[in-house]
Write a protein that binds this ligand. Sequence first.
Ligand code: SF4
Length: 102
Amino acid sequence: MPHDCGNLSKKPVIMTDKRKNTFSAKVRRTLTSVLPVSKRRKGQCINCGACCKLPNVCPFLRQKPDGKFHCLIYAIRPLNCRKYPRSEAEFVTEDTCGYRFE
Ligand code: SF4
């Protein structure tokens, strides 16, 4: 079941693969964010905001009137935010993300 991309509530986002949307998965993504982004990654961020809700809604996430999301600390956002989705194995938001792996 796809998650509600427009949901800014504090409820966890419902993902197709719930095993990847856990706090431990986030810790793992944080640790591996020092590694390079996969060359197989294509596409671009379309500001759906889904990765900013893993596993809970980030306090710096805001929604614009046009429905797109933006980050209040974009210029200084953490490495794991900058590189998401870094690899296919860590990709959680296939349902709405503008990136894909080929
Ligand atoms: S899930 Fe993908 S498209 Fe959505 S905000 Fe994150 S990187 Fe951008």
